[in-house]
Design a protein around this ligand. Structure first.
Ligand code: PHE
Length: 349
């Protein structure tokens, strides 16, 4: 019976081909050739079934289906084999070359001045102070007038202050780049009632020549406390704690009389040089002390100006020079290094 012979031939040929095929595309075309629904050799045989008598039909049908199943299984096995092989091959080709030198990526981090500012703020926030902010472009009123600067005060001189060209407020007064963070005191007091304890970090601007200890833009952290019966003792206690938190338990502070129009009395505060244990070094210029901030008790004029009653509340304020603290902390003796942003310098922090 020739149909059965044909089936046998299909079987031997197809199995032989499957065993020699060496890639997935050829295997697929082989599958279509033998098992394809319409044109495959097996389908062709099965299409003949209606023309056969019942006996042949049964025999041919059974035989053809057997070959079909055997071939399907065989192709499936081969497919898996070829897939494994191609996976292994691509794995071995794309394997890491461990002899290549690495290209380690630079990781960004905060600028040392920002780190220092964050450190200062975090010390005060642990001591119970809230965070406040104000704009860098300020009114003359907040920056000077409300802070008890008489109209002829030298700080108003155009040589110290950057005025914003062509920009004036409703009273005709010019806008300026704030010369200190103290105007945030005014903004905060106007919108809050005592008791209040705040720190306000930020950038400030002064029309100054750049040198090792001066810059036309630098950073301050302003502090303000207004409550009942606030005195110099509170200020001294708080700044002492601050110094110890930031520079270690050995740090001491000292007060020197000074003048700022918006505080009375006004002081400057030095911190003992913890780099040399006050024996004298390059950073403290052999003095054992580092000048770090201005402070004082809030002037009654300022309190009255924001609507507080100086007979009922009093306050202290301080302004910390962030660059100064950073220079001390890291033993940097030239402020300009902080602004040049030379990656070799910044990488050290
Ligand atoms: N604002 C002052 C300055 O920039 C510093 C200061 C702040 C002094 C608060 C007293 C109280 O020089």
């Amino acid at each position: 019976m020739s149909i059965l012979d044909d089936i046998e031939t299909i079987k031997t040929e197809s199995l032989k081909e499957v065993s020699t095929v060496d890639n997935l595309e050829s295997l697929e075309s082989l599958r279509l050739r033998f098992l394809g629904r319409k044109d495959g050799h097996i389908s062709k045989v099965l299409q003949l079934l209606p023309t056969l008598n019942p006996d042949e039909k049964k025999q041919v049908g059974r035989q053809a289906n057997e070959v079909k199943r055997a071939l399907e299984a065989c192709i499936e096995d081969k497919k898996r084999l070829l897939e494994d092989a191609s996976l292994n091959q691509s794995l071995s080709q794309s394997a890491l070359d461990l002899t290549l030198p690495d290209r380690s990526a630079f990781r960004g981090k905060l600028h040392p001045v920002t780190q220092t500012m964050d450190d200062i703020v975090s010390v005060f926030s642990r001591l119970g102070f809230n965070l406040a902010e104000g704009p860098e472009v300020e009114t003359d009123f907040n920056n000077f007038t409300a802070l008890n600067h008489p109209p002829d005060h030298p700080a108003r001189d155009a040589h110290d202050t950057f005025y914003v060209k062509d920009l004036r407020d409703a009273s005709g007064a010019p806008f300026l780049l704030r010369t200190h963070t103290s105007p945030v005191q005014i903004r905060y007091m106007k919108s809050h009632q005592p008791p209040l304890y705040i720190v306000a970090p930020g950038r400030v601007f002064r029309h100054e020549a750049v040198d090792a200890t001066h810059s036309f833009v630098f950073h301050q952290v302003e502090g303000l406390a207004v409550d009942k019966d606030i005195s110099m003792a509170d200020l001294k206690g708080m700044l002492g704690l601050f110094a110890q938190h930031l520079f270690g338990s050995k740090a001491r502070i000292r007060f020197r009389p000074s003048f700022f129009p918006f505080v009375e009395p006004g002081i400057e505060v030095d911190i003992s040089c913890t780099l040399c244990d006050q024996k004298g070094c390059r950073v403290c210029k052999q003095s054992g002390w580092i000048e770090m901030l201005g402070a004082g008790l809030v002037h009654p004029h300022v309190l009255r100006g924001v609507g507080y009653n100086p007979d009922q509340v009093s306050g202290y304020a301080f302004g910390i020079g962030v660059e100064r603290v950073a220079m001390f902390k890291y033993g940097v003796d030239d402020m300009r290094l902080f602004y040049e942003n030379d990656i070799r310098f910044l990488k050290q922090f």
